[in-house]
Ligand binder design. Sequence first.
Ligand SMILES: Nc1nc2c(ncn2[C@@H]2O[C@H](COP(=O)(O)OP(=O)(O)OP(=O)(O)O)[C@@H](O)[C@H]2O)c(=O)[nH]1
Ligand SMILES: [Mg+2]
Length: 408
Amino acid sequence: MRVKRYVVNALPEALPMIRSDLGKDAVILNTKEVKVGGFMGMFRKKKMEVIAAIESNAAVPDNPPQKRKAPDDVSAVMAAITETMQKQQRAAAATAAITATVEPPARPAPVAAASPVNDQLMDEIKGIKQSLLQLSSQKAGNAFSEAAKALRDRLQEQELDVEWIDQLMAIISEQEGQHKEPLTRTQVWELAKRQLLEWMAPYAAGMLDEQARIVHFVGPTGVGKTTTIAKLAANQTIKHNKKVGFITSDTYRIAAVDQLRTYANILNIPLEVVFSPMDLPKAFKQLEDRELIYMDTAGRNFRNELNVSEVNSLLQSHDRNETVLVLSLTGKTKDMTSVAGNFVKYGIEKVLFTKQDETAVFGSIFNLVMKFGLTPTYVARGQTVPDDIDRFDAAAYMNDLLGEADDE
Ligand SMILES: Nc1nc2c(ncn2[C@@H]2O[C@H](COP(=O)(O)OP(=O)(O)OP(=O)(O)O)[C@@H](O)[C@H]2O)c(=O)[nH]1
Ligand SMILES: [Mg+2]
């Protein structure tokens, strides 16, 4: 591995140097603020120290180091930063994979290593990216049009991450620059819808795995896991004639088993109760004639990672299975993010949102899907079993998020 140290005014300045010295596969290992120069300890200047490295067997730079040239436009810096962020993510995933080979886990390996250094660095890079976006939109087209500002207000109300709002505003401003006149609200809304859908497209399939025989539902207390299981089971039994079975490991809360048993009795679905992972083989044996098994788990404080690893120890089976994280849209984005982050480390890829009827703020769906690459499966919108649940539909979601364009 070749490691090089750079002292620069700001990170973007280091990127072309790193590229030219170490090649395009180099990764940034660390950044920190340093003070240089000065006289007798005074007038020292703040600089940034950047440590970058490249594996020794990686490709050497295409262009031998020549005269270093600072990028002459903001988009070049943006591209470099985006690339660096992607490399950081890849490096984090690689670290996680190495950890996984050292300690084989019961479940799939974490997809991202959430080291504080990585997180801090990612935040710093995001901050720089945002400032550059703002700079680029100011440079490109002065102030935003009324329609663009109205869109920004709407998305801020919807609590969409500022990172996405800024990127959208830069795109809109660029479009307005090309048209030489401000876009109408309808045009701005259409543009935003198209762009947001495009960003979300890789995750918008909205399905549970049809091959999965066992589906585990996990999530914080009271989000609606048990009710959701009853809704889905009723649909599978009544509409699709499927032989469904239930397992619950929620022996934590008094009456939790009775709640699922009530639905099991109404729907004529067998229910097995497990107290520990050791009870699972027996439960699966009892349900071996079932085509589909839904497993309910106890809601816990999953901001605490210990609880996540505890519930994870229950999610094993030899059959094809998948785990769905259930989150209520009435939750705060920040808390939902820390819960989702903890589960993503255990390989969770699917999410289901409940209580859509209790809120008018929907940005958290987009934020979580994009941050963790989670696929939204269903959206529950009321307490009635079995009706109040729909497959996630990205276009319908955009209508909720963006609302009416309200052109006069
Ligand atoms: N408004 C609304 N209420 C819902 C929805 N889904 C579930 N609920 C209600 O939320 C409350 C909790 O639902 P449960 O299904 O018991 O939640 P849980 O996640 O299983 O809870 P724990 O097992 O205690 O963690 C109940 O009153 C449900 O009727 C929904 O989509 N909208
Ligand atoms: Mg429950």
